[in-house]
Ligand binder design. Structure first.
Ligand code: ATP
Ligand code: MG
Length: 395
């Protein structure tokens, strides 16, 4: 096993002042959670703006890196040699041994970049850089110094122990889940909403989700697809409670009582109303949707305004200004695309009018909704009370 230790660097959470320890603790917790799926045992600890993952014995290196790449809040993953002995001759031997093991071919340029957190250390950073550089040149004459554009930067951090590393694998960025409250994701079977959930979760927000289905017009397989998408999002976001709401009666009632070109907007307004109720019950402070300006009739600015009209909670629409291809690129990167494009019906598409309004008039929409007065409140209560909750555990 080449590496026993991995240094985790974080960016943004380092700037949180007095609350910093909360962020660090959340990150340690998320790292532990992610590593539970990996073959191996680990000790995860924090020390002065750094988090260390120490492998206790044999472990699966590739899987470990893959798991860490999904932990929000991590900026860089640096596999390293960590040594206790700080005496310079001994450090030289460690660095030579490091380079020998990590780089079989030495035809490359380098520079040494050292930090001295331990100010009692008898050499300054500049002296370490210079003396270690010389030692490397002596051991490997084919290597050359390039301080401006080196192939590798050999980093040395003199702390309680000495960290030696040169590989820096990018993490997903963002903030650790659990540091920014909880939001309810309106999750459909499409491409956009899983991406929206991923993006909000990346800012440290924990997620629950709601899915509206319309059996028998929508199938069990369509429902399963949404459960699968929630699982894929939960790889990043951690556990999700997925609320599955039966929307059939409400849709049929709207279909019966309202002008057909307004169906989609009215339906979406009821989705938002129900979502808000479920959000409030489950401690969520905001809704998340995958809406994007102009994508379909129900996402013109006028339609978005008409849908938003019923919401009192903040609605986060992280892909609002993205082009479809940009959303697809993210969904491919995070691994939801293949599932999203499976061809199962969505409850929205079943009752759509041939010519839905693209510029709904809010007054008219509200008037049409008055036609629902007799039964709609009860139907909403029934839908909420009868919802099924699927617990998705995360990885
Ligand atoms: P997506 O790709 O996410 O399905 P879409 O482009 O198909 O989005 P719409 O069907 O208009 O767009 O839905 C807009 C947003 O409304 C979705 O991104 C999702 O957040 C929410 N939504 C739509 N249908 C449902 C549903 N059946 N259950 C839960 N949320 C839904
Ligand atoms: Mg959709």
């Amino acid at each position: 096993m080449l590496y026993q230790s991995i240094l985790i660097k974080y960016a943004e959470i380092g700037t949180k002042g007095k609350n910093r320890f909360l962020f660090e603790d959340a990150l340690v917790k998320q790292i532990c959670h992610a590593l539970r799926q990996v073959d191996g045992r680990f000790d995860v600890s924090k020390e002065h703006g750094r988090i260390y993952v120490q492998a206790l014995g044999e472990y699966d290196y590739e899987d470990t890196i893959e798991a860490l790449k999904k932990v929000f809040g991590i900026a860089w993953i640096c596999p390293m040699f960590q040594v206790e002995e700080k005496e310079f001759e001994s450090l030289k031997r460690e660095v030579i041994s490091y380079l020998n093991q990590v780089y079989p071919h030495k035809n490359m340029t380098f520079k040494v970049d050292s930090r001295r957190a331990d100010k009692n250390y008898p050499r300054t950073s500049e002296e370490i850089n210079r003396d270690m550089g010389e030692a490397i040149l002596e051991a490997f004459p084919e290597m050359k110094v390039d301080v401006h554009h080196p192939d590798i930067v050999l980093r040395m951090e003199i702390r309680t122990m000495v960290n030696i590393y040169s590989e820096m694998i990018p993490g997903p960025g963002g903030m650790p889940v659990g540091t920014n409250g909880k939001a309810l994701l309106l999750l459909s079977g499409g491409i956009d909403s899983p991406v929206a959930g991923y993006m909000v979760s990346r800012r440290g927000v924990k997620l629950d989700a709601v899915y509206f289905h319309a059996p028998p017009y929508t199938s069990e397989r369509a429902r399963q697809k949404v459960v699968d998408l929630a699982k894929l999002v939960s790889v990043y976001s951690g556990p999700i409670n997925l609320h599955v709401v039966n929307f059939t009666d409400i849709q049929l009632y709207i279909y019966e009582k309202c002008p057909h070109e307004e169906l989609t907007i009215i339906m979406r307004r009821y989705m938002m109303r129900i979502a808000e109720r479920i959000a409030a019950e489950s401690g969520c402070l905001a809704l998340v949707t995958g809406e994007s300006i102009g994508q379909v009739a129900s996402q013109t600015v006028q339609s978005l305004a008409a849908t938003n009209d019923v919401c009192t909670m903040p609605v986060f629409r992280p892909v609002i200004a993205f082009d479809k291809q940009e959303i697809i690129d993210i969904s491919e990167k995070i691994g939801t695309y293949e599932t999203s494009i499976l061809p199962y019906e969505d409850c929205c598409t079943i009752f759509v009018a041939k010519h839905p309004v693209t510029k709904p008039n809010l007054k008219m929409i509200r008037r049409s909704e008055e036609n629902l007065a007799e039964k709609i409140d009860e139907m909403v209560e029934t839908a909420i009370a009868g919802r099924e909750i699927v617990e998705i555990r995360g990885i």
